[in-house]
Design a protein around this ligand. Structure first.
Ligand SMILES: Cc1ncc(COP(=O)(O)O)c(C=O)c1O
Length: 466
């Protein structure tokens, strides 16, 4: 099946738009070798452009070997024109990964957005003033690449108490968001033909980061319980395994203990390290958060955390808890990359934790997010009684499975025309075809009223297409 959408307001010629969309579909195996694609006349009629425009795009694709035409039989996808499945992917469009923050005209169900309007401005401002007025001059100078001792000490206690993380403060490296921690890992483990095992589906950002650093990806499909560890390859040269055991993104599964132990045993046997991305488990609405994987084997697990969801992504503060054997190499890389993360912000954050503001803030936000989640689920169930909600009640997003609605790019565009942004799970999938009826819906940044309106508009868009 082929879906082409033409953006008539774009400066890009329509021929180019058609050419690029078919090329991408072939490269990513959405169109399989041997599959028949519509005739130029059919496609021109479907998308409402002149046949010459489509002809020109097809000519280009034929010239590059993506498709071939057989007289009287039709046009087909050529053999060997897709990227090897299960190994390497080109980065997803960077535009998707760089949201336009000024564009507030949409109801945006983007999963990464927390409630930034609830940032504790007053307390943060008071602490910033105190730090600025009272700290010794040294705070304004260069500092240690691992980060301020004060913050690392407080953080190690906090992580032990709330996440079961076992570490000495000297194993903690303060980074510019979790993103920089992933970047440091990609640099420290870089070698020729480097490969990383990752959950599938996975966020564009993390996938792109490792691909851009030269890694190829070995995907392991996830189910309702996270990574399917029995599908790990019997032998591997991968030195890294990326996993989100507390709340898989996007599917929301929590890795059961049997899979955790299997994963750790696998990492031990293959001499690899596990990257544990623990990005949002502070907000667990049913039961209590499952302790970290790191606590089971601090020598094998690189634990990554962030303050982007709890406080604000604008702060750009995250951290890596490193196995002792890696700390020296990582702190050197960090120094080479940007010396260290802002000492002023680190000190303010340390005070915020020490004085108990963090716990209070999390308690408050949990109530707000719980209500938003409930509103989203009840609105979805009211408008679409047949859907199911997937994943654990944690974090600030969920996945809705619509059973009989396929989220094609045409439908996504129609939904956008209703002023709503949704995110098909299929876009996050490395191996295509398994998540066509599912969307990721973030509720963190949306008030209950906006959520209801968004779901209502979503229904209108789906009805208009069907
Ligand atoms: C799965 C996942 N991990 C980590 C992060 C946090 O990244 P950062 O701390 O760089 O903002 C995000 C952000 O959206 C995410 O989606």
């Amino acid at each position: 099946m082929i879906w082409i959408t033409i953006d008539r307001s774009s400066h890009k010629p329509m021929t180019q738009q058609i050419y690029e969309q078919i090329r991408e579909s072939i490269l990513h195996n959405e169109l399989q070798p041997g599959e028949r694609i519509p005739s130029t006349r059919e496609l021109a009629n479907n998308i409402g452009v002149s046949r010459n425009i489509v002809l020109e795009a097809y000519d280009q694709l034929i010239a590059e070997g993506f498709i071939y035409s057989q007289p009287r039989l039709g046009t087909f996808v050529a053999d060997g024109s897709s990227l090897r499945l299960g190994r390497s992917w080109t980065p997803a469009s960077m535009i998707e990964t760089c949201p336009n923050q000024d564009d507030t005209s949409y109801i945006d169900f983007r999963a990464a957005n927390p409630a930034i309007d609830y940032f504790p401005r007053k307390v943060w401002g008071q602490l910033a003033k105190q730090v600025c007025n009272q700290a010794s001059d040294i705070i304004f100078s260069y500092s240690h690449p691992l980060g301020l001792t004060e913050l690392r000490q407080t953080l190690s206690k906090y992580l032990h108490r709330y996440r079961g993380v076992k570490c000495h403060p000297d194993q903690i490296l303060i980074t510019s968001g979790a993103t920089q921690a992933f970047h440091l890992i990609s640099q420290c483990f870089k070698e020729q033909n480097a490969e990383i095992i990752m959950e599938d589906p996975i966020t564009y950002e993390i996938r792109n980061l490792f691909i851009s650093a030269g890694y190829s990806i070995y995907p392991i499909p996830v189910d309702q319980k996270g990574m399917q560890t029995h599908l790990l390859p019997p032998t591997t040269s991968c030195k890294l395994i990326f996993v989100m055991p507390s709340h898989q993104f996007p599917m929301g599964g929590v890795l059961p203990i049997q899979r955790r132990t299997q994963l750790i045993q696998y990492a031990r046997d293959t001499h690899s390290f596990i990257i544990e991305d623990d990005y949002d488990s502070e907000f667990t609405y049913e039961g209590s958060p499952v302790p970290s994987l790191q606590g089971l084997d601090p020598e094998r697990v690189i634990y990554i955390g962030t303050f982007s969801k709890i406080l604000s992504p604008g702060l750009r503060i995250g951290y890596a808890v490193l196995p002792p054997i890696l700390t020296h190499h990582f702190q050197r890389q960090k120094w080479l990359m940007d010396r260290h993360t802002s000492s002023l912000e680190q000190r303010i954050l340390a005070r915020f934790l020490e004085e108990g503001h963090m716990e209070r803030h999390i308690r408050k936000m949990k109530k707000i997010y719980r209500k938003r989640r409930q509103t989203l689920i009840s609105s979805l169930k009211q408008e679409f009684p047949y859907i199911s909600i997937l994943g654990q009640a944690t974090g600030i997003h969920l996945v809705a499975d619509f059973a009989n609605v396929v989220f094609t790019s045409l439908l996504t565009k129609q939904i956008l025309q209703e002023g709503v942004k949704i995110y098909p799970v299929e876009d996050f999938a490395l191996q295509k075809g398994g998540h066509l009826k599912q969307i990721v819906m973030g509720y963190g940044s949306l008030s209950p009223e906006i959520i209801k309106e968004g779901v209502y508009r979503l229904k209108r868009a789906i009805q208009s297409v069907s």
